[in-house]
Design a protein around this ligand. Sequence first.
Ligand SMILES: Nc1ncnc2c1ncn2[C@@H]1O[C@H](COP(=O)(O)OP(=O)(O)OP(=O)(O)O)[C@@H](O)[C@H]1O
Ligand SMILES: [Mg+2]
Length: 459
Amino acid sequence: MHIEMTEQQMRTRGGLMDELLEKAFDAAVIVDRDGRFVYNTKGSLALRGLALEEIAGKYYWEINPGAKFHTTLESGRAQLGVIDVVEGRKCLVNIFPICCDSQVIGALSTVLFKNLTNLKQIIAKLPETHGAEVDNYNTVSRLATSYTFADYIGESQAAKDVIQQCRLAAQSMRPVLLIGETGTGKEILANAIHAEVNRHVWTPCIKINCSAIPDNLLESELFGHEKGAFTGAQATKIGKFELASNGSILLDEIGEMDLRLQSKLLRVLEEKEFERIGGTRLVPLKARLISSTNADLRQLCREGKFRSDLYYRLAAFEIHVPPLRDRATDIPLLVENLKQREQLEFTLGEDALRVLMQYRWPGNVRELRNILSRLDIKYRGQQVSASAVQRELEQSIDYEPPAAQTPQTTMPGKQTDAYARMDALLEQNGHNVAKTARELGVSRATIYNRLKKRKNCKA
Ligand SMILES: Nc1ncnc2c1ncn2[C@@H]1O[C@H](COP(=O)(O)OP(=O)(O)OP(=O)(O)O)[C@@H](O)[C@H]1O
Ligand SMILES: [Mg+2]
């Protein structure tokens, strides 16, 4: 399978071919027979975060050494559905030879999915999700790529600063600690740090949420166990630290780890090796550690709930991720981006945007995303007024009225609807917080916080 055209056609810009390449693919690149860039679509430049001038005249391996153009240029054969790693992001790519009079004069690479998460969503939406679809879903899900810095949307100084610090941290292999409120983008940044180090090769990035796993299981999740190490250990299990070898391990909600395991983690970080539970062989620690928390770890240290020596170990780079209210000027950009990403179809006038920019956003970008998708359900295809936006904010499960600086003694009226929805779902889901959080589109921490807050209100 090849594309037939003349050298001149391949090098002529602005025609129907360019338009198709721009619109039909997430990104597309043409290189000549020597591997020198002939054309990069806007999507391709955006994917790499580069300007045209930075790419013009360069060979593809100077920008993306992992790309597989050489195979097609040498063999004249197309490669369909290959995985290419671009800026640490796995993309599904087709590469076609471009031929003239049976000679290979170049190659065209089209990126079908720059983010396999999109493909995963498409498969999940298929009406029949069983058999082959489930297999496809699983395969894609395992491959589904994570985030790069381009996914952290924001142009405010606070956003630029946090990206800059993360880029700096990425250059060293020392542990990084991301601290920030819920929904501020810690997971995006943690992934982006990993991706930045591994821009051209694929290495594992293993995530584990310390609050989601009971303490007694967390140790074996992290370090693995040998067969028979304890009752129920019927087979040897490789732990996350081992799986993350040569890559990164993301420890989410590290503040929730119990003190005993904190001591073990500290020992492992100091000795740079560990044993599986019940094992005798030492396994070298080869994973880079990125932890995140929305808890005040210093306060936890003062209260004796977190080991301060571990805290200092984890926080070789301590990065504070700003809450959305501290970068409210990014809200219009975030709204545009989220609308595009989630295919939302409504418009917001200036006054409606102003309402969003003045709100406190306790649930940060996650809350913004939820509000926008609710507006889309109610006002699809319409212009949404400022008062409608205000009403929607007041219904938010995270809603904090502007005067809520002092401790509340009663629940705010409008909020009760949101709490009623949460309660109903919790009941329906047998008090499964993770499932309820997923269905409400909030984090587990939000649910716990709301339950705690209500308890305090009643007290
Ligand atoms: N700067 C951002 N640009 C675009 N999307 C963002 C940004 N920050 C957060 N989001 C979106 O908000 C949601 C929550 O982000 P994320 O999971 O990274 O937050 P978090 O800080 O890890 O929260 P938690 O502490 O609750 O785990 C995601 O859907 C994410 O895509
Ligand atoms: Mg998170």
